[in-house]
Design a protein around this ligand. Sequence first.
Ligand code: NAP
Length: 245
Amino acid sequence: MRTLLISGASRGIGRAIAERALADGHRLSLGVRDQAALGGTALDPAIAGSDRVLLVPYNAEDSAAAQAWVELSCEHFGGFDSVIHSAGVFSRVGLLFEPGEEREIVSTMEVNLMGPWWLTRAAWPQLAAHGEGRIQVLVSMSGKRSKGKLASYSASKFALLGLCQTMRNEGWDAGIRVTAICPGWVNTDMAAAVRQGPSSRWPTQAMAAEEMTQPEDIASLCAELLTLPNRAVPFELALNCSLER
Ligand SMILES: NC(=O)c1ccc[n+]([C@@H]2O[C@H](COP(=O)([O-])OP(=O)(O)OC[C@H]3O[C@@H](n4cnc5c(N)ncnc54)[C@H](OP(=O)(O)O)[C@@H]3O)[C@@H](O)[C@H]2O)c1
């Protein structure tokens, strides 16, 4: 059994990861902006049990929130050994952004890059002390190649993948293993919002929701990763639901 900090568990991929991890017997500390979003669900501590699930207020743009989340998790569970970063935002802002749009570039960087950075930094002593600490990060195929014209989102995810490589390097000797998960389309609110918007910045064919990778598929991968020993954890998982040549 592991004790996991998971961001972005209110919806989408993070929520599927949390539900699967709970079903697998792990203990969860979930950092969420709106705790009411999980009320009455399997992830509600009133249903799962406060010995299994802790909800903590967390905004990825607030550096102090990461430290507070770590401290509350240690007080509640006596420590933890894994962090899964799934909180993230999409941005359509492009290379030749309009006046004022630079604010969205900064906030995209704050959530997608600095959020995982602050949280990893705060969690590091716990992960390093464990000997088999784990970090899983929802990056994106947009962190490996730029296919459309989404400069803000792509830049945040390329930077995040660079951060993951450094986490891997710095954590290796302490037994911390990092996995950067890089999906294409995943059937969540985020994918729906991207596809409903103007296509001028994203030249792909329409894809039915059921053809996309499903959040539960990612949750299965994350669950399997947690079972692997230090000698066998992959650093990067690129998964496509459509052919990329
Ligand atoms: N869906 C895809 O096609 C796809 C593909 C590749 C990678 N990804 C990445 O996978 C991750 C999860 O995406 P998703 O599809 O599950 O997205 P989603 O359905 O839009 O959910 C986003 C999650 O991030 C949380 N979040 C956003 N801003 C936050 C902030 N400032 N502080 C704390 N939490 C915040 C949201 O919380 P609230 O409920 O409070 O808003 C929500 O839980 C993201 O990093 C995304 O970039 C997604």
